[in-house]
Structure formats: structure tokens, C-alpha cells
Design a protein around this ligand. Sequence first.
Ligand code: HAM
Length: 422
Amino acid sequence: MEKIHSLTGMMDLVGKKADKSEVSNRIFFTEKVIKNIFQSYCLSEIRTPALEDENLFKRSVGDTSDIVNKELYSFLDKNDKRIVLRPEGTAGVIRSIIEKKIDGDAHRLWYLGPMWRYERPQKGRFRQFYQAGIEILGHEEGLAELEMISLICSINTQLEIKNPVIKINHLGNKECKKLFCKELVSYLKPFSSKLDKKDLERLDGNPLRILDSKNSETQNILKEAPKISDYLPKESLDLLNLIRDTFSNDCNIEIDHTLVRGLDYYTGFVFEAISPELGAQDAYLGGGRYDQLCSQLGGKDLPAIGMAIGIERLASIANTSEINKTLVSFIILSNKIEQKAYKIAHDLRSVNKKLNLDIQLSDGSLKSKLRRANKDNASYALIVGEEELKSNTVIVKSLLDENSEQSNMNINELHDFIKSIV
Ligand code: HAM
């Protein structure tokens, strides 16, 4: 029978021992660390549906963005309504708080879930990928920006990201953005014949996006172009300097006036975190302020700032060595004593909650169970047979050193030993 394969650019994540490449385990660990950070920043969780009305993204992320223009997974449902698999989380969050009529209040939210973009798959770029997002709503420019960068610093520190750079920029207010775009277009128009198709489209639809063109000829032309920094009000430049100075001891922040981001809803401060370890797709998170999105979608005027982390990218550069903490394998020698022996193991789990205790559930000889414990990289095997149960003891065998002697411990000794394992 012909085999059925997963779709292009979509990954199965299978846990622990089944995953030889360790990708899933790195991802699960990274998600756990991030969720703890969200909790420590007093954020609340929000879950919105994976499917949304296509118009939501046309009116938020924008018609001219690649995400909406080329990459939407869109379908007609059975009622001939055009729906999409969400390409990002921000628009759904704002739709949800408008619908719940809580768009007049302040909120600090986080979410984690799959997103879909019909992109050409390559290293670090998938058609289904996971994002963890944060949206801080109801706060004007200022402290919320600091909170966002502080959170990124915590992620970098706790996951020990190597050589991270946080790039920051400001797109100015409405007037300055309009004026700058006008000047940029009049400078670029005479070079139209030298621009590629993508940049030409941007020139008409969203000229700011030309600034992060990947085309080297465009980048050459841009060298003499008007600079956004010359159009930014003093408050915006001051904010960038303040953010850089506040965190100068904790993380590497660069002001980069070419950073514009690929979604239309941004209105002021924008940022991205990159790491050279990632190769071509080097951004592992990005975000910015989007003060007009809520009113654009029919809600109140709600200042907002947010970001999303690409989980696969972050997990691939995170230090996940803690996954491999000490594993203890619990071996029961006879099925006649299974229940009583199981209770010993159950109690051990509450003696040391951090312990990874693998109670071997399948039948087999001691030899095969020890072989399995070794294969799983267990540090110790705890062995219980009928004799041990009678004398209220457990055999403790170190698997770290082939030549070490095994010892019999009574339950109290065993509890002390288990407590001492980190
Ligand atoms: P974004 O820059 O489009 O922003 O995506 C955020 C992150 O998601 C990227 O930096 C990248 O790490 C990851 N990512 C994006 N596309 C892919 C892909 N095809 N495969 C793997 N990873 C990917 C947003 O989505 C905004 N909603 C962020 C935001 C929240 N702005 C305000 N609030």
C-alpha cells in the first residue's frame, strides 16, 4: 500500500526516547522555560482559534505584506466562506478582545501555538511552525517597551543564547512616516528599472519594506537614499537611546534604522532578536508597537506592543543540557510483587520531585532491563525482587561506572540517597 507522508514543511514532534534527533525534546524544554518566564512577568494566557476569517489578516497584517499576499493558507469552507489557518497570533488576540468587549482595559497576554505560512521550506523556515507571543495592551509608549526588552534579555540569559543581538528601530509617528515614505519614493522612482519585481511592488504598496530588501543592487541604491533617522522626532530617538542604555549591561542592543518588519500594523518602536548561529533565517523573535490595530479592526483606541518568538529557531540555539538530568531506572524483578514494588517507586517520586524516575513497565529479564537502562543513559538502576521486598531493601547499582559495586539500602537510606540526587 502506498505510504502517506506528512505535508511539505510540516514536522511531527515526538517526545523523549522516540526522537533520535532530539529536536522535539529541545522544543518541549524551550517551551517550558519560556512559559515560566511569562509567569514571572505576570502575563496571562490567551488561546484563540487556529482558523480565522481571511479578512482579519488582510485588514491587519496587510494586503501588501508577503504573509497575506503570498503565504496565506486559505480555503473555502463548506459554506463558501474564505477562512485561513492563522499566519500569526496578534490579529486573533485583538479580534478576540474586541469581541469580548474588553478592549477598553489593559491586558498582558501570552500565547503559544502553531502558525501556518505557505513559504518555501528551508533551514529554520517551515510551513507549520510554533510561535510564543506576548501582547501588552493598554499602555502608551514607555514602560511597556522596557518590559518587552527586559523579557527578551531574560530569555537570552535563561536559555544561554550565544551572541544574541537585539536590533531596535523606531518608525516614527504617522506624519513622519508619511513624509519619509514620500521622500523615499521620489528618490527611488528614477531607479525603477534597476529594482526587482518584489521591490517594485513594495515601492507602490509599502515603500518602507524596501529598506530590508535582500537584493544587493537595491541595497547599493539605498546607500544614498533618505534616512529614517533624519525624519524621526527627538522623543523617538531618545527612546531608542534610553532602551539601549538601560540594558547595556545585560544584552547587546543595536539601533538599526533599516529594520522595518514585514507586517503592516507597526506604528512606532520595532525590534528583532537575531543570532548568527541560525544562519540565513537569523531572527528568532520580532515585534513592535501597533497602536492603531485595535481601532482599525473596529475596536477602541488601544495602545499596544507585542512580539512573537519562533520556537523552532529559539530551541535550535538554546542550551538545553538540563534535559539530560539524572535518570534513575526502577526495575521490578517479578510480576508477583509488582504492586508492592511500584509503591516504593511511587514514594520515591515525592521524595525528590525533580528526579527523572523511569519505572520499567514491560516484562523481561534483569539483563535486558539493565541493557535498556544503559541505553537510556540512566545513572542508576534500582532493583527490587522478592528477597529485597521481604527485607525492606532495594539494590542500588551505579551505571556510571562499570566497575562499581552494587549495594543494598533500606528504605530510609534509599530516601536519603534519592534526595541527594540533583
Ligand atoms: P514575525 O516576525 O512575522 O512576527 O514572526 C515572529 C517570529 O516567528 C520570527 O522572528 C521567526 O522566528 C518566526 N517565524 C516566522 N515565520 C516562520 C517560519 N515560516 N518558520 C519558522 N519560524 C518562523 C509576527 O508574527 C508578529 N505577530 C509578532 C508580533 C506580536 N508583533 C506584535 N505582536
